[in-house]
Ligand binder design. Structure first.
Ligand SMILES: [Zn+2]
Length: 356
């Protein structure tokens, strides 16, 4: 069974080639979708903890996707915000003043919806890693639409996923609150902040510090009140995140209507949940997985390219024409490899530039 899967994966990669973004349509043929391939959607994602210094950017075959190389030889994908922001998600029901601009009836929502929380092109960071102090659900006969995560006033609060800030203001209950809308339609709420560091309309990257923890609004003691909502309906954020370890439970989240109830608490996964997820719409997952497989091929290509890259540290007396000669390349080729560089650029001593 396992061998079959691997073979199918290789076959799929062969079928698709490496420049695959343009070929997503062919992925949807039934035959390909029925192939058994690794189930990426069930993988968990550790919280992104590092924010190293970017050294270089490499283009991929998709102009909206770049690869950022870091000084410690690691790299990650970076999708341009312009590409993501073109989605209608960031125009429809857009309101910078109220927490819930949707006002849709629960009956209008599907019973089950598959949401890619993090794919191979995006990142995740736990907003505040700690034990959950107060859970989602009815509390003292009042609705509690998120989880309370203790912190010290002034501690950083991170955007869990990339997105666009929809609301950033002071509100009576929430205190200083920031609401970020994400491409997949989810919204995350960060409340009781002592300071807001992002305004409505701002783009934020996953892991970016968007505010400092505090105790503003209806709050007793410093904590982050964190909510996750879909179309205005809150669900227990613990379905997505294990706050104690900081881990995102699955790359893909199957949001069920029953999760949207005001007292619907997270229950640790039962053994049959995986089966249930897989028995859902197998085709969707297979397509999503094959896209992921294709992206992996892109990734490997980028890694190979990164491995071949050659850098030069500028010394006194270096000139672009001298470097072009030394590395058997041309001035224009060097400029192409270094964003912003032209033939007339001044070479700063000590700066590393890419020469091949
Ligand atoms: Zn709370």
């Amino acid at each position: 069974m396992k061998i079959e899967r691997i073979t199918a994966g290789i076959l799929l990669c062969t079928l698709l080639g490496t420049s695959a973004f343009s070929q997503q349509k062919t992925l949807k043929s039934k035959k390909q979708a029925e192939l058994q391939i690794p189930r990426l959607h069930l993988q968990s994602v550790p919280s992104l903890e590092k924010s190293g210094q970017a050294l270089d950017t490499i283009d991929t075959s998709n102009p909206a996707v770049k690869i950022i190389l870091y000084a410690d030889n690691t790299w990650k994908y970076w999708r341009t915000p312009e590409d993501i922001l073109s989605s209608p998600v960031f125009r429809e029901y857009w309101n910078t003043g109220v927490p819930n601009p949707y006002q849709v009836a629960l009956s209008e929502l599907p019973d089950k919806i598959n949401i890619w929380v993090v794919d191979t092109l995006s990142n995740y960071r736990c907003p505040n890693r700690t034990k959950v102090y107060s859970k989602f659900g009815i509390r003292h006969r009042r609705r509690h639409q998120g989880v309370d995560l203790p912190l010290h006033t002034g501690d950083p609060v991170y955007a869990a996923f990339s997105g666009k800030v929809r609301l950033s203001k002071y509100m009576r209950g929430y205190g200083n609150v920031i609401i970020v809308r994400h491409e997949n339609g989810l919204e995350t709420f960060y409340a009781h902040l002592s300071k807001r560091l992002a305004d409505s309309g701002d783009w934020v990257d996953a892991g970016q510090i968007i505010g400092l923890g505090g105790s503003t609004g209806r709050s007793s003691g410093a904590h982050l009140h964190f909510e996750t909502r879909y179309r205005g309906y809150a669900f227990d954020p613990q379905w997505l995140i294990d706050f104690e370890t900081g881990t995102l439970r699955h790359r893909m989240f199957v949001l069920q209507k029953k999760h949207l109830g005001e007292n619907s608490k997270y229950v640790p996964e039962s053994d049959d949940e995986e089966v249930e997820i897989y028995d859902g719409d197998t085709r969707d997952y297979a397509v999503a997985d094959s896209i992921a497989a294709v992206r992996k091929a892109e990734q490997e290509k980028a890694e190979r390219e990164a491995a071949q890259a050659q850098y030069h540290k500028i010394k006194s007396g270096d000139t672009l024409s001298g470097l072009a000669k030394k590395y058997h390349t041309s001035i224009s080729a060097i400029c192409k490899l270094n964003p912003g560089m032209t033939a007339k650029s001044t070479l700063r001593i000590g700066k590393e530039i890419r020469v091949r």
